[in-house]
Structure formats: C-alpha cells, structure tokens
Design a protein around this ligand. Structure first.
Ligand code: FE
Length: 335
C-alpha cells in the first residue's frame, strides 16, 4: 500500500484512517524456531496478499526466548513462533506473550490446541505415536504407550532421549491423565525394556527399527513421513496409540504475539492468516504435520495413515507439568 502527496489535503478523519492503513504496511517481525525453509514460502505468500512485509530471524527456542527477554520493551519482535506447547507455555510464564483475542482464531483453531487465555495458538499438530517393525511385530500386540512397559517388549523398545521436549510433553500429559505414580511405573518399565541407550533424534530411532536393532518405538509421525516420502516401502509402520483410551498424544507448533510488539495489529493479521485453510495447508503440509485447523485436507503421505482419535486434553498441560515430568524421568532412570 502506498500513499501519494495528496494526503496533505485530506480531512482529519480520513487522515486517521490512512494512518491505520499505513501502519499496517509496516513490517511484521517474527522470531521463529521453525526452520526458514518452512516459513519463508508462507511469509512470502502473506506479503503478496496483504502488502505487509515479514521480517524474521530463526534460532533455537532457548536463545530466542532469552533474546526476547533481554530486549524487553525495545524488542523488534512482534511474534514468537515455536514448536511444542511446553515452549509456548514457558514463553507465557515468562511474560513474553500478549493475549490475542480473535473470533477467527477461535473458529479455526480447536480449543485444546491453544492457550486458554489466548497467549498463543497452535498452528500445526504433531502426533507422537508408536512405530513398529511389521516384520517382527503384529500390530495386534500394540495398544497404548503404557503397554510398552510390558515385559514382552524387553530388549525390543527404542526411545528418544528424555532431554527432548517432545518426550517431556508426552510424559507430562501421561501425568495429567494417569497421575504421577502410575506414570512413573510405566516409565520405569520402558527403561527396563530398552534395546539401546536413548537416541538423540526420532529419525535415528526409526532407522534403528528398520535395521533390526529394536522392534517398537515412539516418534512424531512427520519423521516417518519424510522417510516414507522417499521410500513408500520403508520397513517401519505407524500405529495409532491408545485408540480405546484417551487417544494419541498430540502437541503443536504455534505462535503468539509478543508482549511488546511494535506492530501488534499486523502481527494479529498474520496470526489469523496462518490459521486459514490456504496457509494451513502450506504450514503443516510442508513438514508433513497435521493442520491445526480441522477443515483442511492433509498432505497425501499423512492422509494414508488414516483418521485417528487424538487426546483432547489442553496441550498447555504439557507446559504446566513439564518440570514434574523431567524429575519423574530422572527418578525412573530415563536418560
Ligand atoms: Fe521435530
């Protein structure tokens, strides 16, 4: 949007209006722990449609939060975009996010995938479920996360490190559902069943199943999706956990407007746009995640896994119980 010289001759009321419009063309600045390759095409599309430029920096969530905190009122950041409700919850706890009230966001993003107070909204859903070797496991043997503590899986289970927030959130949600005592028993059982020391990432874990090092594991589905995209016959299959119980553990990637955003109006516009079907397909599809907006078709690889029941407990619980989850895993010897 550009405004020429005649502005000087316009009346006051109109000038005020133009001031709002001109402000909207100020750039939105995003701090993102989501990869550049995932967000750049989105932001370019937003700019094409609205004329609002988007500036962004990417880094890991720790440094981004520290930076936001250090910059305080002088931050150039309007929006924080990151993965895992645990991280979004931390940012909220540290007072770094403002509340955003938006009918559109409330319509597009299911209630359990956003902060009850509106500090952040989930934009993609990441399902953390069971994967297995179809050569060595009959899916009839599988049920929920807790059942992987059964002695039948001794020497057959692989897990990612407990240092990863994904597992901290999974265990936090198990605490929310089943209480600390039962969850600790389960985690102890997992540890007793490990075929190998915990892995540093989900991809390595899936490859270990393919290589015969273990038979079952727990991962975020998009990691398997990437391997299947390259090789549809990849010898690891996905199992939707806990379909007779609470459902698959889901987490989100998401975003919130920063407390000291210099350009909150445009940032809200961007956040709202990110929840629309067009943006959602790009945002989640590019990473083979599930869209947070349920009215959008999923990417083909993802669709092939079929529908599943997901746990609808509010994902912010993952943040609230994160510390307890970390301590529990430590006590249980889960490294
Ligand atoms: Fe990931």
């Amino acid at each position: 949007m550009r405004f020429g010289k005649p502005i000087a001759r316009l009346g006051l009321g109109l000038l005020a209006l133009i001031a709002v419009a001109a402000q909207a063309a100020e750039p939105v600045t995003v701090y993102s722990s989501r990869n550049e390759q995932l967000i750049r095409p989105l932001f370019e599309r937003f700019t094409e449609e609205t004329g609002i430029p988007v500036r962004f920096i990417t880094d890991k969530e720790g440094p981004l939060l520290a930076r936001l905190k250090a910059e305080g009122k002088n931050t150039p950041a309007d929006m924080l975009m990151t993965v895992d409700a645990g991280n979004l919850w931390q940012a909220t706890e540290q007072g770094l996010l403002a509340r955003t009230e938006s009918k559109l966001l409330e319509q597009n993003i299911p209630e359990h995938l956003r902060d009850p107070q509106g500090h952040w909204y989930g934009l993609s859903v990441r399902a953390r479920t069971i994967v297995y070797s179809p050569a060595r496991v009959d899916p009839k043997e599988l049920s929920d996360y807790a059942a992987l503590a059964d002695p039948r899986w001794k020497g057959r289970l692989c897990l990612r490190t407990s240092k990863k927030v994904y597992n901290q959130s999974l265990v936090a949600m198990m605490i929310a559902r089943d209480g600390e005592q039962k969850t600790e028993q389960v985690v102890r059982g997992w540890v007793a069943n490990l075929a190998a020391p915990p892995f540093s990432d989900d991809t390595a874990l899936i490859k270990a199943i393919a290589a015969g090092q273990c038979d079952v594991g727990i991962v975020n589905t998009y990691y398997l999706g990437r391997l299947l995209k390259d090789n549809p016959d990849y010898p690891v299959k996905l199992f939707w956990a806990d379909q007779n119980g609470a459902g698959v553990h889901v987490n989100v990637s998401g975003a919130g407007i920063t407390r000291h955003a210099p350009n909150p109006a445009a940032a809200t516009q961007l956040l709202e746009w990110l929840s629309t079907p067009e943006a959602q397909a790009l945002y989640a599809g590019n990473n083979l995640e599930f869209t947070a907006n349920p009215k959008v078709e999923q990417a083909p690889v993802v669709q092939a896994w079929g529908k599943f029941k997901s746990d609808v407990i509010n994902v912010s619980e993952a943040g609230r119980l994160q510390r307890r989850a970390v301590m529990l895993m430590d006590r249980a010897g889960y490294r």
